[in-house]
Every structure is written in C-alpha cells, then in structure tokens.
Design a protein around this ligand. Structure first.
Ligand SMILES: Cc1cc2nc3c(=O)[nH]c(=O)nc-3n(C[C@H](O)[C@H](O)[C@H](O)COP(=O)(O)OP(=O)(O)OC[C@H]3O[C@@H](n4cnc5c(N)ncnc54)[C@H](O)[C@@H]3O)c2cc1C
Ligand SMILES: NC(=O)c1ccc[n+]([C@@H]2O[C@H](COP(=O)([O-])OP(=O)(O)OC[C@H]3O[C@@H](n4cnc5c(N)ncnc54)[C@H](O)[C@@H]3O)[C@@H](O)[C@H]2O)c1
Length: 518
C-alpha cells in the first residue's frame, strides 16, 4: 500500500521493493525510549544525514517520516530525474550519431515505458541506503507517521493506523523539506496536471507535453521529454531560460533546446489553463501582448517550491515561520534555540548536498558546541549546484551581478570550449568556463561552467574557493591533455598573462639576453 501522500505508480516489482524499503506497510513504530537527545522530523536528505551522524556519535535519536524515507531526492527528485535524463542522453547520442560517421539504421525508437522501468529499477536498487531497516540497524528509533509539536519538548507522531507515539526530546531538528508549490494559475484546479510527485509514475510518453516554469525542474524535464519523443512546449515568464543563472549560460542551453525541438515560450505572461473535452489541456498565454494557445496531453507545473510547515503546529514549539519556511539564524537555530532546522524547509539553496552539509552543522551545533565555542555557521558553506541539461550548467559563489550589487569590483575571465581541444574532439564545444575574481587579484569569488559535465568540473573551483586557492595556483596545476577541465587551467594562464607588466617583461628580456644573448 502506498503512503497517504506520494503514490508510487505503477505497482510493479521495483516500486514494491522501494516501498518495502522506505515505507514498509507492516512497520510497527517502536515504543518511545524515554527522553531523546535528538528528534528529527523528516527523513529526506537533511533528516537522514542528521539522524545517522548524531546516532553514529552516540546520541539517542528518533527519526520521524510521514511519507517515504529518502524524501524528495530518492523518490521524486534527483534520483528518478537523473535516471530518465540518462535515457534521454542515450537517445540524443543515437539521434546525432550520423554526425560522427556512425550510421544508425532507420526505425530506431525510444521505448519510454522501458526507460521509466529502468529508472524505477535503479531507484529501488539505491533505496536500501535510505531504508527503515538500515536506519533501525544504526540504533535509531524510526517512527513512520506525521509529526506534530505538542509543546517545545514533545512531538506526537500519528502513524498510518492512527496510533499516537509521544516523543519527548532535549533537542529537535525540523527537516520537513518542501514540495511543488500550487501557484495561482487560473483553471489549474479544473485540469489533471503533473508535478514532480507524479511525473515519474508516467508509463506512456505524452505526445504533446506542456511545462510551466523553466527553473531546474522544468528545464531538465523539457529537454529530456523532447529527446524521448514528446513535442514539448516550455512556458517561462522570465526573459531567459533558467532565470536565476548567468544569461550567457542560459543562451547556450536555449540554443540546444532549439536543436532538441523544444518550443520555448519566454516572457509568457498570464498563463491560464482549461480542460478540453477529450481530457487534453489548453494553455493560454500572452507573449509580448499577443495571445497564444497551445493544446497538450500532459502538463507539468514546475514553478517553485513551498515549505512543508503545515500540520507541524510550530506555534506550540515557539518556532517562527513564513511562506518561505522556518526562520533560522546562521547556526541553523530556529526561534526556539533548542530546535534546529536543515534543508529545503529553511534554506534558499534547495539541493541535496546543501541539505547534507547543513545537517552536519546542526549535529555539531546541537550536540557538541558549548555556548559560542565550536559552533559552525551556514554562511561559511561554499555551495555549488548544477542543472543537468545538455550541456550542464554549474555554478558556485557569486554571479557578476551579486558582486556589483555588493559594491565589489571584479575581473572576469572566460574560456570558451571552442578553444579546448577535448571539447572540440567530443563535439561539445558550445560552452564556457567563466570565473570572476576580486579586482586585481586571483581570489575567486564565483564561477559558472557550461559544459557536458559541468557538474563534475565545478568541484575543482569549489575546492579552490573552500581552501582559499587562487586562479594562479589552478593555472600551475597540471591537468591531463586532452580534457575539458583544461578550460579551468587555461583561466589560470589568462590570469598569469595579466601579471605580465611592462616592468616584468623588461626583466624577462634582460634575463633572456643574459642566458642566450640578443
Ligand atoms: C525533480 C527534482 C529534481 C531534483 N534534482 C536535484 C539534483 O539533481 N541535485 C540536487 O542537489 N537536488 C535536487 N533536487 C532538490 C532535492 O531533492 C532537495 O533539495 C532535497 O530533497 C531536500 O532535502 P530535505 O531533506 O530538506 O527535504 P525532503 O527531501 O523534502 O524531505 C523532507 C521529508 O520530511 C517529511 N515530512 C514533512 N513534514 C513531516 C511531518 N510533519 N512529519 C513527518 N515527516 C514529515 C516529508 O515527507 C519528506 O520525506 C531536486 C528536486 C526535485 C523536485
Ligand atoms: N539539478 C538540480 O540540482 C535540481 C534539479 C531540479 C530541482 N532542483 C531544486 O528544486 C528547486 C525547485 O525547482 P523549480 O524548477 O520548480 O523552481 P524554480 O523556482 O527554480 O523555477 C521556477 C520557474 O518557474 C517560473 N514561473 C513561476 N511562475 C510562473 C508562471 N505563472 N508562468 C510561467 N513561469 C512561471 C519562474 O520564473 C522560474 O523560472 C530548485 O530551485 C532547485 O533548488 C534542483
């Protein structure tokens, strides 16, 4: 049986395995064992890391999950999306094979149902990591049910069968995450639409697929479904795709979307939807004053996230929150100093790895800091991210605009992949690496990479920023030839060339003449 919220469909062997790992139907909650050192609400990325880390360091921990252990990332987020993206990349490679001199016979087809089945199989294979069994074996008391604060030291958990467990705690962590926001799009309530919660249950490829929102979810899925064979219409109210990203990066991705056949409708205002008689969906928009209509078979709404604050009775615990989530200070403490928060519930960085590292801060601050000693700060984290379109767009640190808003003067170094041998040989030379530094120095403030594997490449720059390594040292590190990551090393060379002043040039001339004459 599926949980009350996310419905895992279809009910095949893979989803049964997943269900048995992350929300076993026959699970009986344990008897609460006295006062917990830490009660963790939510078993997504943030809650799992908090619970495992705290228990591993000797704390008595209860972990509460109302839906599926693993949260969004495992069940309806990172894992299934990247599984399907892989299938779409294979489809695009076969489609483009002719360019590389590889003849593919006519009649090649994508078997969407099989691609989705592969994703479900892999998701189920990964799921033991986040399972009730594994966390129980770590010595954690796992409670499946909805957590509700009764007061500032008690949380009640109501299990699927209505049984209530009363958990008293010394400290608690709210890691209840976020879900697709239900935007005020007129007519949305009249149609049956998809969000990330049911998208990965599809077994049939939509012939015409509408997507509202071109953030990471909308963009990744638009290209994926187009490559798998849907006719995709992507509606974005902003002026470019991925509106939070560097516009130059978005322009490269948009060019690729065009090649993949995605119909991108930017500056799409006043989106409305209505149901057609045959259960298809009509989307109405205004684009630069002109009314447009498109009819689609399925519609994905990906217009942002809403924090899971409802039903927690945060008032009883003295925890302040608003529409964007739970309020925390830099130590990830809520307005009740004994209650912390981590992950999507409190962070503008809604990524699994951000949730993971915030959880580590919470473990330290809640269990091991004494007063101000040993406390860690969330603002010290250097958080990269990547959007897994083709090419990928990865970013870390400041954008040029952030720096200019903060009054920081910068230098910008750009290395286009069209001058990087491996990217040329791979036929993937459309992207670039852009690094911004503090003016006149090699101190890296931020970087954007657009490349087929930008998500992997960004880690070199994240490491440099975390360790205080400047662009000149990156230039001095030997990178194997030919690799796309050489683009990053070349920026080090660019920086070094700026150091070549008339005085240093004259000195070099003197030294050369002394060694080999004029
Ligand atoms: C389609 C999609 C693709 C994504 N791809 C990526 C990616 O490639 N890389 C990346 O880094 N990030 C990605 N993300 C974002 C990533 O999934 C989230 O940032 C991450 O899951 C946040 O973890 P969390 O623990 O804060 O919250 P969640 O994963 O949302 O977990 C919170 C858990 O709390 C539970 N809960 C809520 N309220 C209660 C309650 N009252 N009682 C008990 N339990 C409760 C929920 O059921 C949920 O399981 C993606 C997201 C989506 C939607
Ligand atoms: N690769 C990754 O790491 C990854 C992948 C997917 C999701 N995520 C996480 O999940 C979060 C949520 O993603 P998301 O894409 O839903 O949200 P988002 O907030 O990043 O993007 C939503 C987009 O919808 C547009 N929009 C909003 N209302 C609209 C309307 N009425 N008409 C047209 N366009 C409209 C916005 O301008 C914006 O571009 C991301 O911010 C990210 O943190 C990460």
């Amino acid at each position: 049986m599926s949980s009350q919220w996310i419905q895992l469909q279809p009910h095949d062997e893979h989803n049964q395995t997943l269900q048995a790992n992350v929300h076993p139907a026959d699970w009986v909650n344990p008897k609460p064992s006295g006062d917990y050192h830490l009660v963790v609400i939510g078993a997504g990325s943030a809650g799992l890391v908090t619970a495992a880390g705290a228990a591993g360091l000797g704390a008595r921990v209860a972990l509460v999950e109302r839906e599926l252990m693993g949260g969004d990332c495992l069940n309806v987020g990172c894992v299934p999306s990247k599984g399907v993206i892989r299938a779409a990349r294979v489809a695009a490679t076969v489609r483009d094979a002719e360019r590389y001199g590889v003849h593919v016979p006519d009649g090649v087809e994508v078997d969407f149902a099989k691609a989705m089945q592969r994703m479900r199989r892999l998701r189920a294979e990964i799921s033991p990591n986040d399972s009730v069994k594994r966390f129980t074996e770590m010595g954690i008391d796992v409670f499946l049910g909805s957590g509700v604060f009764v007061n500032d030291h008690t949380l009640n958990v109501t299990a699927d069968d209505g049984t209530i467990s009363e958990l008293s705690f010394k400290k608690a962590v709210i890691a209840s995450g976020a879900r697709a926001s239900a935007p005020p799009i007129p007519g949305l309530e009249t149609v049956s639409y998809l969000t990330n919660e049911n998208l990965f249950s599809l077994t049939e490829l939509p012939k015409r697929f509408g997507i509202i929102g071109s953030g990471p979810i909308g963009s990744e899925m638009a290209q994926t479904f187009a490559r798998l064979g849907s006719e995709v219409f992507l509606f974005e109210r902003g002026r470019h795709l991925l509106p939070r990203e560097d516009p130059d990066a978005a322009a490269v991705v948009q060019q690729h979307f065009h090649q993949d056949g995605v119909h991108v409708l930017l500056d799409a205002k006043d989106v409305k939807v209505s149901a057609e008689e045959d259960s298809s969906i009509r989307i109405h928009v205004t684009q630069q004053g002109e009314a447009k209509e498109v009819v689609v078979d399925q519609l994905l709404v990906a217009v942002g996230r809403a924090a899971n604050t409802e039903g927690l009775n945060l008032e009883a615990a003295g925890v302040t929150y608003d529409d964007s989530g739970v309020e925390v200070n830099d130590h990830l403490q809520t307005t009740n100093p004994r209650i912390y928060a981590a992950g999507d519930i409190c962070s503008k960085y809604k990524f699994t790895h951000a949730a993971d590292f915030q959880a580590r801060i919470v473990i330290q601050n809640a269990l091991f800091a004494i007063g101000p000693f040993g406390r860690k700060k969330a603002n010290d984290l250097v958080i990269p991210w990547a959007t897994y379109t083709s090419p990928e767009v990865a970013h870390v640190g400041m954008y040029e605009k952030d720096a200019s808003d903060a009054g920081i003067e910068t230098d910008t170094y750009v290395q286009h992949l069209s001058d990087v041998d491996r990217a040329i040989l791979d036929g993937q030379d459309d992207g670039f690496v852009k690094v911004i530094t503090k003016k006149g120095t090699d101190k890296i403030l931020g970087a954007t990479i657009v490349a087929e594997h930008a998500g992997d490449m960004i880690s070199e720059i994240t490491l440099a920023m975390t360790a205080g390594i400047g662009l000149s040292k990156i230039g001095a590190a030997i990178h194997p030839y030919p690799t796309q990551a050489e683009a990053i090393r070349k920026l080090g060379d660019q920086f070094s060339r700026t150091r070549l002043t008339p005085w240093s040039q004259r000195t070099l001339d003197v030294l050369r003449r002394w060694n080999v004459g004029s």
